[in-house]
Design a protein around this ligand. Sequence first.
Ligand SMILES: NC(=O)c1ccc[n+]([C@@H]2O[C@H](COP(=O)([O-])OP(=O)(O)OC[C@H]3O[C@@H](n4cnc5c(N)ncnc54)[C@H](O)[C@@H]3O)[C@@H](O)[C@H]2O)c1
Length: 249
Amino acid sequence: MRLNNKTAIITGAGSGIGRTIALLFSGEGVKVVVADWSEKNGQETADMIKKQGGSAVFVKTDVSKAEDVAKMADVCLKEFGRIDILVNNAGIVKMGPLHETSEDDWDAVLNVNLKSVFLSCKKVIPEMLKQGKGKIVNIASVAGLVGFENTGPYCASKGGIIALTREMALEYAKNKINVNCIAPGVIKTAMTKDMLADTAAKSGFEAQTPYPRLGEPEDIAQAALYLASDESDFTTGEVLVVDGGWTIR
Ligand SMILES: NC(=O)c1ccc[n+]([C@@H]2O[C@H](COP(=O)([O-])OP(=O)(O)OC[C@H]3O[C@@H](n4cnc5c(N)ncnc54)[C@H](O)[C@@H]3O)[C@@H](O)[C@H]2O)c1
């Protein structure tokens, strides 16, 4: 097992990419805190982990709220004694032209996608400093690297995650805390379900992806596993693009 006896907090682990990361990490020996604002989905992931013989605890968490994030970290320490890995994965998207985007939608996307990374890192980094090591993996997006129409707040939040990843990597490298992010391309999850149900849109995404398929949550989970493992100790501040070649043109 690559991560035997490590502990991880994975936000947004009730669905899609986060759930797949949680299950993969658990199979590699990680004790997992499943943090999600959906009680049903989060508990289901924790139950799936236990069913496959792993250790997991679900904590109902709105990652944009400091008190919830504090509870999420406290439960990890109480149940498992330390926090080795933090995966900031929870995210939302609101579609529409920028000039029609409400302030409420702007705030919601920036708070859930970007402020959450600040809040959870602020809470978890002191523990990693005490431990003398830590791994933080932030889930950004290719939308933080190139423009996508009708997703202004989302693009801004993901660009912000990439910038914050580099800042934190620089600040904490001396403490052996690695901070990296992953920029997924189009991945088949609940987030993209409606978009991919439109066959013309789906064909468009496939045509823009040099590798002959769209992404699966497993593709991102494997990248996260590398960034959470000791094999990536000398890698920090990196943006690992996992997009089937979408952004190389
Ligand atoms: N699917 C893609 O094509 C794609 C591409 C690039 C990046 N991403 C990013 O990957 C991450 C995971 O997305 P996904 O595709 O698995 O989507 P998803 O909708 O399947 O999963 C998102 C999870 O986050 C949870 N969540 C949302 N807001 C939350 C909050 N405030 N507090 C706690 N939990 C919250 C949801 O309940 C859900 O379980 C997101 O950050 C997303 O932006 C996805």
